[in-house]
Design a protein around this ligand. Sequence first.
Ligand SMILES: Nc1ncnc2c1ncn2[C@@H]1O[C@H](COP(=O)(O)OP(=O)(O)OP(=O)(O)O)[C@@H](O)[C@H]1O
Ligand SMILES: [Mg+2]
Length: 281
Amino acid sequence: MLMRAKSSKAATGADSALRVDTFLTLAASRLCQPAQERTGALRFGIDLGTATIVLTAIDEAGAPVYWNFVRERVVRDGVVVDFQGAVRAVAQLKQMSEAALGQTIDEAATAHPPAVPLSDCRACAYVLQQAGIECRNLMDEVTAANALLRVQNGAVIDVGGGSTGVGVFADGELRTLSDRAGGGHHLDLILAGALRIPVEEAEVHKREQGAGVLAVLRPGIERIAASVQLQCANVCPGMVHLAGGALQISGAETIIENYLGWKVRNYQHAELITPFGIAVN
Ligand SMILES: Nc1ncnc2c1ncn2[C@@H]1O[C@H](COP(=O)(O)OP(=O)(O)OP(=O)(O)O)[C@@H](O)[C@H]1O
Ligand SMILES: [Mg+2]
């Protein structure tokens, strides 16, 4: 499943696609298991997501060194709804990561979904500060994702638990940036209703056996595609690059591609693109 590009002329080029795939495969293997070989000082990123809060580390050469996560519902659609809960989660991640890496984590970058008010963006930085980490950079999630993907011409889509962020790049510049509610959590609601099970159970079922319930999830996935189409103003942006965890269901990218009629590229471990992109920035 490593090479899933539909065209050898992907917007970032075949070399770049291979670079991203290689990075993500290596990054995935670093869960709780730090690389022994490191070049220079480490750079940290913290992704305060709706579904997961992730801490990542890369070295000076840009290689993935470590990551860890906690599943907490302290952020909703990019807004920190439980400040103290978010601080506790980040402090817990800091502590676990420092023990694993054998060094302190004094500063990190973080990100917010596109199009949230400045006050909500600032809340992300305050969460880090309260957890004992200086916020060295605060950016939007799509810009973070593209720090890793390096798309010159095309769209970067971050479909997380709560929302779908879309950035359209032309000649390496961000031309439009937007975000709409709708992501993995909405798929959980559809599945919970169809199977008559609790939403939490549906989320696990979707992650572990998503391909088996693709027919049930199709309308929800098409709704995400419709959101992408709308956010691209119905104009093909070039290759559409999928980041975020919500479309990691086998077959989802084909549904998106067929709905849009545009070329789509999915990445294995796409849920790591934004968290590691934050550390890069
Ligand atoms: N293997 C998988 N198959 C299907 N869905 C998955 C898989 N892995 C993760 N997900 C889903 O992806 C979503 C989480 O993705 P991600 O970690 O990118 O979101 P987030 O950053 O926490 O949320 P947001 O960016 O919206 O604030 C959840 O809905 C989760 O159920
Ligand atoms: Mg996210």
